[in-house]
Design a protein around this ligand. Structure first.
Ligand code: IMP
Ligand code: MG
Length: 182
């Protein structure tokens, strides 16, 4: 399927993201205490840049694992079905777990993933999302920590894609579709 033409307008700069992650890391360290061991679980693929920057600000004992859940095809509309495409490698029972998500949109992904992980009886389970679009929420869930609340816009960059493109942008940008007839 051909991609409609679009432009990307910067919404959150690389500098602002870095500053926000530094502040979030301080809150996270204060919450857990410096010496505890934390399993940081990145939700693939959108969180890969965020988790890389976040763990490097967490000077504590961390283990990194990944989970892939899918709620999107190559489209901009969310579906209610969440499939687990790749499970964790490690056990989380009795451990402190921090789930790292790129965006909380309708909330279905975070809801399903946290429910599934809570069944494994972690000691504590917290969540962090770089972005939150509260206007789009369909289920009552909020990440423990949020980087930025944003309006109902489709965004890309800093790990986040539009049909697998633009994950490598260093900033968060808003997708603006161009009217090809104009
Ligand atoms: P939810 O299950 O509706 O909360 O959707 C969460 C997932 O949808 C995120 O992890 C993203 O992968 C994807 N998503 C939501 N909004 C956007 C967006 O603006 N751009 C790209 N992906 C998005
Ligand atoms: Mg995602």
């Amino acid at each position: 399927m051909a991609q409609p033409a679009y432009a990307i307008d910067q919404m959150i700069s690389a500098k602002s993201i870095a500053a926000r992650i530094e502040a979030l890391a301080k809150e996270i360290k204060a919450h857990y205490g410096e010496t505890e061991k934390l399993v940081v679980v990145g939700l693939l693929r959108g969180s890969f840049v965020f988790i890389a920057d976040l763990v490097r600000e967490l000077d504590m004992n961390v283990e990194v694992d990944f989970l892939e859940a899918s709620s999107y095809g190559n489209a901009t509309e969310s579906s209610r079905e969440v499939r687990i495409l790749k499970d964790l490698r490690g056990e989380i029972g009795g451990r402190d777990v921090l789930v790292v998500e790129d965006i909380v949109d309708t909330g279905f992904t975070l809801l399903h993933v946290t429910r599934m992980l809570l069944n494994r009886e972690p000691r504590r389970l917290e969540t962090i999302a770089l972005l939150d679009k509260p206007a789009r929420r369909e289920v009552d869930i909020k990440a423990t920590w949020t980087g930025f609340e944003i309006p109902d816009e489709f965004v890309v960059g800093y790990g986040i894609d539009y049909a697998q493109r633009n994950r490598n942008l260093p900033f968060i940008g808003k997708v603006r579709f161009l009217d090809e007839g104009a």
